[in-house]
Design a binder for this molecule. Structure first.
Ligand SMILES: [Mn+2]
Length: 300
């Protein structure tokens, strides 16, 4: 029994559907493997207590774990199709389900958002909020147009995405070509240092204001674990100093869910083989997921 499978199968009462994408082929790191993260993060929940920080009983949250998408490490196009088929089948069983994906490298986010684009009715009111140390805005990287370093650019290229509904938060490791793209296209990002300048409540307010000013009431959230400080999340590919604390991200989630509805989210870039022996990063990931589920559930 893990945190994510207290429901047996998807039915009309299911609120959240949890699944893994064990796909790590489009990372630029050698010798690090995020494909083991979905299973690791499930396992780690067996050691955690059964209430959230606010005292919500986790077994009462209506989450169903439907397993992992079947991945062919060598075939990007096949995987994109398979991910789409997998998500379509979730929505066929319950069209109001909130999908929760655990990667895999950050590229896994792209096929999820691309599929959701076709499944939501009211695209004009939906935005994308990415938590990441990086912009991931390269148009091409060494593996071509599909890479974990190009994922934000591919998302930006989707028809329903523009500079008005895409926000990247927690950035602090930006390359010159990416910064040029962000400037030329007017893509907004909130650097991590700003949080320390203005405090977490104002920082969360800035995120909410960004979406509210274009009448966006629903967002899909993508969390690259490297948005957090590597001192608390060492099991990731690029350990960039100056990241958010667990408490800061938790507080942002708490504030955000009071004003904006979250239609799906993912957590990517956990590399269990780079983690410490006590699995601190997977533990953090499991905790963030369950706390965010409970914030979404109690504000609906
Ligand atoms: Mn990143």
């Amino acid at each position: 029994m893990t945190f994510f499978d207290f429901g047996e199968m998807i039915d009309s009462f299911t609120e959240f559907v949890f699944f893994g994408i064990p796909w790590d082929s489009l990372s630029t790191l050698e010798g690090a493997d995020s494909s083991k993260a979905p299973q690791k993060i499930r396992e780690i929940t067996k050691n955690l207590a059964l209430t959230t920080e606010m005292g919500i009983e986790i077994p009462n949250l209506r989450v169903v774990d439907v397993g992992d998408v079947r991945i062919d490490p060598l075939n990007t196009e096949t995987n994109i199709k398979e991910i789409s088929r997998f998500i379509n089948s979730i929505f066929k069983q319950n069209k109001n389900a909130i999908p929760i994906m655990v990667g895999g490298d950050h590229f896994c986010t792209y096929p999820v958002i691309k599929t959701i684009e076709y499944l939501i009715d009211d695209k004009d009111n939906v935005g994308i909020l990415i938590f990441d140390a990086h912009l991931d805005l390269y148009d091409n990287y060494d593996k071509g147009e599909y890479s974990h370093a190009t994922v934000s650019h591919r998302i930006y290229d989707l028809d329903f995405i523009s500079q008005n509904n895409l926000l990247i938060v927690g950035t602090r490791d930006i390359d010159i070509p990416e910064l040029d793209i962000a400037k030329n296209e007017h893509i907004s990002h909130l650097n991590a240092y700003l949080l320390h300048d203005i405090g977490v409540d104002s920082f969360a307010e800035k995120i909410i204001e960004f979406f509210k000013k274009t009448q966006i009431n629903s967002v899909y959230v993508s969390i690259d674990i490297d948005v957090l400080d590597p001192s608390i999340a060492p099991g990731t590919g690029y350990a960039i100093p100056g990241g958010l604390s667990y408490r800061e991200l938790w507080q942002i989630f708490r504030q955000l869910t009071k004003s904006i509805s979250i239609i799906g989210f993912d957590l990517v870039e956990v590399y269990p083989n780079l983690d410490l022996a006590n699995n601190v990063t997977s533990n953090l990931a499991a905790k963030l997921i369950i706390e965010l589920i409970s914030f979404i559930s109690t504000t609906k």
